[in-house]
Design a binder for this molecule. Structure first.
Ligand SMILES: [Fe+2]
Length: 288
């Protein structure tokens, strides 16, 4: 009989109720999630007030999400789940570039630019940065007409959507590789920045005595039909927070050489990408 007798018996009855799910993947994922959730509640002996707090946290991250911010993505990021999913699904079996978490700030439809253009449209002050590289397939052949979509925080550590002093779509742009697979553009050196701390994720970080500061980075999304979309980030090699990123996004291969030039006043970054064959499927933008 499917009547609950003990705390532990709830799990079997719940799994039994889900066993008729027609979609096999949904059946597998929900059964596993339910088993892990029950094991977690048992392991920590979750109290009633703690349960209420947990539910309030979930409600709060939804309520804190809007046009300018996606607190739900941020919650997944600061728990390490976004990085785990990115790494699990991109394990370099064919030589493609390493992936990184998308983060909460990608916007679809950044301005289309020509190679050589600057994405610092607001006259953003900062150390000039020239970025270049080659996009190849996993056989090492250059990919012409691949799209390199880039977005970054300003030298004071704010994305344009967080900062009324920046023009719409400042420090965002989409470039196309030339016949040799090359892309290049101008910008200013990004600064590291704190993930938003004005919402429930900030409360959690403070309670855990964790600092919110991400190491400086450029975000890239590289795509070409017939290839899997590569979502990545390239971190500044001189940043003090490489080993304490609140979103756990830094891997060795994602650390770029942000080389200061002889003039001491400008920097370059060269970074190549390799795309694996697959379906060109874009993520859903976390903010509009
Ligand atoms: Fe970022």
């Amino acid at each position: 009989m499917n009547i609950v007798t003990t705390p532990a018996s709830v799990l079997d009855i719940a799994l039994d109720a889900m066993a008729r799910t027609p979609d096999p993947r949904l059946r597998e994922v929900m059964a596993s999630l339910t088993r892990h959730l029950h094991a977690f509640v048992q392991e920590v002996r979750l109290g009633e007030e703690e349960f209420e707090q947990a539910l309030e946290f979930l409600v709060a991250i939804g309520q804190a999400t809007g046009e300018k911010k996606n607190e739900v993505v941020l919650a997944a990021d600061i728990l390490g789940v976004s990085t785990l999913v990115a790494l699990l699904n991109n394990q370099d079996p064919q030589g493609e570039s390493p992936a990184a978490l998308l983060g909460p700030f990608w916007r679809a439809n950044a301005p289309d630019c020509r190679c050589g253009d600057s994405i610092a449209r607001s006259g953003t002050p900062g150390v000039p940065l020239a970025v270049s590289g080659v996009v190849r397939d996993v056989q090492g052949r250059p990919l012409a007409d691949a799209m390199v979509d880039v977005w970054q925080a300003s030298p004071v550590g704010l994305y344009e959507n967080q900062d009324p002093t920046q023009e719409e779509m400042n420090l965002r742009g989409r470039f196309r590789t030339d016949a040799d697979g090359r892309y290049h553009f101008l910008s200013v050196r990004p600064a590291g920045y704190p993930v938003p701390t004005d919402g429930p994720c900030g409360v959690l970080l403070r309670a855990q005595h964790r600092h919110p500061n991400r190491p400086a980075h450029l975000h890239f999304m590289v795509s070409k039909p017939g290839h899997k979309v590569l979502v990545s980030q390239v971190y500044a090699d001189d940043d003090e927070n490489l080993e304490s990123d609140p979103t756990f996004g830094v891997t060795r291969r994602l650390i770029g050489n942000y080389a200061l030039q002889a003039d001491g006043a400008s920097a370059t970054l060269s970074y190549d990408f390799a795309l694996e064959p697959g379906e060109m499927k874009f993520p859903r933008p976390p903010i509009p």
